[in-house]
Ligand binder design. Structure first.
Ligand SMILES: [Zn+2]
Length: 360
């Protein structure tokens, strides 16, 4: 093994100062690390059709509620409130009750069709009508605002997600560390550009130890077109674990530090978002279990899936890529049908990263 590969080079001071090129008096550019949410979290509220009916005799409301809920409990829609005030001020009735979800062939139905008797005494109800209601509990405040425009909806805000969306998830100390890691990725990207390679850089960090384990840049060429910065970094982490496959000796800015924590000890200490298995078939953690990746631009599909396979814990990228797979075209980090999910944040030093090459 080339001994020069065992040491991580640090970005020089001059490079650090060059950060504010163009306006030397300027402080650090403002940036926010914002979460890239799952499709369910970020998408629009999905609606399903349901039957509701006006409550013509309000004195019957509590009895009707009890009887209808016993017949149609709506176990998958606990977020839907059963009664809403009528929306039409000129309407003779003031309350409406949600009866049940409509099937695929939703058409006009009578109370007798929808409510079995004698379990429900329909006395006090008017004729049923179809209404779109939110199919799933809203996950974000934005979804909640949209959902309740259709039907009254309860909302248990995920405080962590709410803080993340407000851009205040990280402390000043954490932000300083994040900026330092991204500055290293920027440095690596500039090293690549200086060598005529695509300007994309990345670092892998062990957040528990605060160590940079690998720093790399895009090394792709006509002979090795797949050496994107992410692939290079994953291989460098593997090299630090006594494995790895690429020969990167021609690229001195691509370097690794040997793992400081033994592999076997690492598996138990991982902070997980989901109850994923974090060990491979041999009982060892995957290459990036518990680690964070900082990368100048959003990874492409190949790189993003490589991060799923290597079980990265979190990814921070500066700016999106047109074909990016962690937010732009796909969100492979947040798919229920893949066996590993991880957190993704975008926007760290976005202005500087945006000037560099995308992952493609
Ligand atoms: Zn890529």
């Amino acid at each position: 093994m080339d001994p020069s590969l065992g040491t991580l080079e640090k970005p020089g001071d001059e490079d650090g100062k060059a950060e504010g090129a163009g306006s030397p008096e300027r402080g650090p550019a403002p940036w926010q690390a914002l979460p890239v949410l799952s499709e369910r979290q970020s998408g629009d509220v999905e609606l399903v059709l349901a039957y509701a009916a006006p409550i013509l005799d309000q004195r019957q409301t509590s009895r009707l509620l009890k009887e209808v809920a016993a017949v149609h409990p709506l176990p998958a829609q606990p977020h839907l409130k059963r009664v809403r005030p009528s929306r039409d001020a000129s309407c003779p009735h003031t309350l409406e009750i949600l009866l049940c979800l409509a099937g695929p062939a939703a058409g006009a139905r009578s109370l007798a069709d929808l409510l079995p008797q004698p379990a429900v005494d329909p006395c006090g109800l008017g004729p049923p009508f179809l209404v779109p209601v939110p199919a799933w509990p809203p996950l974000t405040r934005r979804q909640f605002e949209k959902a309740r425009a259709h039907w009254p909806t309860s909302f248990h805000e995920d405080r962590q997600v709410a803080r993340a969306l407000a851009g205040c998830l990280f402390s000043a100390q954490e932000r300083a560390a994040m900026q330092g890691y991204m500055e290293r990725a920027l440095w690596a990207a500039r090293q690549a550009a200086a060598r005529g390679l695509r300007a994309m850089g990345a670092v892998v960090v062990d957040p528990a130890a605060g160590h940079v384990l690998a720093m790399g840049h895009d090394c792709s060429s006509s002979a090795s077109p797949l050496l994107h910065a992410t692939m290079v970094c994953i291989d460098l982490v593997a090299q630090g674990q006594g494995r790895g496959a690429y020969n990167l000796r021609r690229h001195p800015a691509c370097s690794f530090a040997p793992a400081t924590t033994p592999q076997a000890a690492r598996a138990g200490s991982v902070r997980k978002l989901d109850a994923d298995a974090d060990t491979g078939v041999d009982g060892l953690p995957y290459v990036c279990t518990g680690y964070d990746l900082y990368i100048t631009r959003e990874p492409c599909t190949m790189c993003a899936m490589a991060l799923v396979h290597s079980r990265v814990q979190r990814v921070f990228y500066g700016a999106p890529s047109p074909d990016g797979a962690l937010g732009t075209r796909f969100r492979v980090h947040a798919r229920p049908d893949l066996n590993h999910r991880f957190q993704v944040f975008h926007g760290v030093l976005e202005a500087q990263c945006r000037q560099l090459d995308p992952c493609a």
